[in-house]
Write a protein that binds this ligand. Structure first.
Ligand SMILES: *[C@@H]1O[C@H](CO)[C@@H](O)[C@H](O)[C@H]1NC(C)=O
Ligand SMILES: *[C@@H]1O[C@H](CO)[C@@H](O)[C@H](O)[C@H]1NC(C)=O
Length: 198
């Protein structure tokens, strides 16, 4: 239904733009002032509305096992870009890895996660993202792009339940310092790169 409203508004805007109704002589004037952006239809970045965005640089030196630094995967780097919509319990991601080596490896359903833990500490994954894959001629650059909506599942069961069970995306906005993004390699099981959300 929304689609048909958008379509007719766009059609209206286009037809008015193409053939402005201005019969000044006949004293008929029609003024249309539809702000498609303000209405939330179309417009540059309005297809999805984010309540917050997060741009995280992930590096090997932030990886820990427990609280012990492991050094991660030397030479690797990650850019974890997130758009969150707390009302929709949705997270959109654009994750790019440079110089990842080994195989993605984790007991969860993927090896690319948001975990719940403060800087310097380890904690359970709350979201599993599809692992980045090659997307152009450069084998050293991997990417994963998409959106996930709760309820979440990580595929990792701890204390009898999936570590994503009951997690709501608003928890990240309430305490961004309490979460980090990472990815795990067979050459660096505790983590290849890691970056705190805040
Ligand atoms: C993902 O981010 C990269 C920059 O890190 C950008 O070049 C690319 O266009 C983004 N992809 C999407 C689908 O937004
Ligand atoms: C983390 O450290 C513990 C204790 O030293 C060890 O048993 C475990 O294998 C390590 N985990 C990883 C993923 O390397």
């Amino acid at each position: 239904m929304k689609t048909s409203i958008i379509t007719s508004l766009v059609a209206l805007a286009i037809s008015v733009g193409a053939a402005p109704l201005d019969i000044s002589g006949g004293k008929l004037s029609l003024q249309l002032n539809i702000d498609l952006n303000q209405a939330g239809f179309g417009g540059n970045n309005d297809l999805f509305h984010f309540t917050s965005t997060h741009f995280i640089h992930a590096a090997p030196e932030f990886v820990v096992n427990g609280t012990t630094p492991t050094g991660g995967l030397a030479g690797a780097l990650g850019l974890f870009n997130f758009g969150i919509n707390s009302h929709a319990n949705m997270i959109c991601y654009n994750i790019t890895l440079h110089n990842f080596q080994g195989d993605f490896s984790s007991p969860a359903s993927s090896a690319t996660h948001i975990h719940e833990a403060a800087v310097g500490a380890s904690g359970p994954p709350r979201i599993s993202f599809p692992n980045p894959v090659r997307f152009n001629d450069d084998p050293a650059v991997l990417r994963s792009v998409g959106c996930l909506t709760g309820p979440f599942a990580t595929g990792l069961v701890m204390e009898g339940k999936d570590t994503g069970e009951g997690f709501h995306i608003s928890q990240i906005e309430k305490n961004p310092a309490g979460f980090f993004a990472d990815t795990h390699s067979s050459l660096a099981l505790p983590g290849a790169v890691r970056g705190q959300i805040a």
